[in-house]
Design a protein around this ligand. Structure first.
Ligand SMILES: [Fe+2]
Ligand SMILES: [Fe+2]
Length: 282
């Protein structure tokens, strides 16, 4: 089995904050890698407006000419004000998202060597996403056990050799600069994620790139942002994942504005541990 190459980007935020010049460079840059899959881990829009979704759809359609695109909604992509605490049902949250990106906000993409499963962490104004900090309202997410159970069953049913990627919007490791978690009750969420049978969890939301592991055994790729809202004055970045039988290589590519290109930054190499966890690896 040769490397599976996955481009992981996040938090484009169409609607005034997206760096359009950078996105044009990104599209050209990605075409050179020939990724098998492009994952976009949410926050495509700023305020879930039609014009923002239309720009996002054009962008995703362009990416789709390079490779199949898998995407999930972020907290900025849901219309939380239309159904606070779910009083009018949860479908309303994702109404616009569905109009532009299809009926299922947590899609599954299966290719010969890899399966990508979305999980919803963006639930708007919801009890499960609340923390004692009122500033977190509608910003933090939560990971329902039912989402994990659904994807665990899905992963258990696909052939053992396939690389399993689980995608959600909110960061599941603390931000490198912010030190903030994306999810309410993050330790409980991490414990659930460890039961998934995933090879890698892909997330965003923190606007700073990162790579690491949960409990030393589950790889995590956190993509940065292509909006102008980076943290600490750091450049925008996306991740390129190369996964083979033994390892997961996560390369950060940082935007060099003056040169109108992306430069390779840090690389993190992690072992594939799913086999060691009792599930037969590739
Ligand atoms: Fe964001
Ligand atoms: Fe977000």
């Amino acid at each position: 089995m040769s490397d599976v190459v996955v481009a992981h980007i996040s938090d484009v935020h169409f609607g005034g904050r997206a760096d359009l010049a950078q996105l044009a460079v990104l599209e050209r840059f990605l075409s050179a890698f020939g990724p098998q899959i492009i994952v976009v881990s949410g926050d495509l829009t700023q305020r879930a407006r039609h014009g923002e979704f239309q720009a996002a759809l054009r962008f995703v359609t362009d990416l789709g000419r390079l490779a199949p695109v898998h995407l999930v909604p972020g907290n900025h992509d849901v219309q939380w004000w239309r159904t606070p605490f779910g009083i009018l049902g949860r479908r309303v949250l994702y109404q616009k998202w569905r109009r532009y990106f299809g009926a299922d906000p947590t899609p599954v993409l299966e290719l010969d060597d890899v399966v990508v499963a979305g999980m919803c962490s963006a639930h708007g104004l919801a009890l499960g996403s609340m923390t004692p900090n009122l500033n977190d309202m509608t910003v933090k997410g939560h990971l329902p056990a039912s989402e994990v159970a659904r994807v665990r069953a899905l992963f258990a049913a696909v052939p053992a050799h396939k690389i399993r990627l689980a995608v959600l919007h909110h960061n599941v490791l603390p931000g490198v600069v912010s030190r903030r978690w994306g999810l309410a009750r993050p330790r409980a969420a991490q414990a659930l994620l460890l039961t998934l049978g995933a090879d890698v969890v892909l997330c965003g939301h923190d606007h700073t790139e990162g790579a690491g592991q949960i409990d030393g055994r589950l790889a995590v790729s956190t993509a940065g942002t292509h909006s102008v809202r980076t943290r600490g004055g750091l450049p925008s970045a996306f991740n390129l994942l190369r996964v083979d039988r033994q390892r997961i290589q996560i390369e950060h590519y940082c935007y060099a504005r003056d040169e109108q290109t992306f430069r390779r930054g840090d690389t993190v190499i992690l072992p594939r541990t799913r086999g060691a966890a009792g599930i037969v690896g590739a």
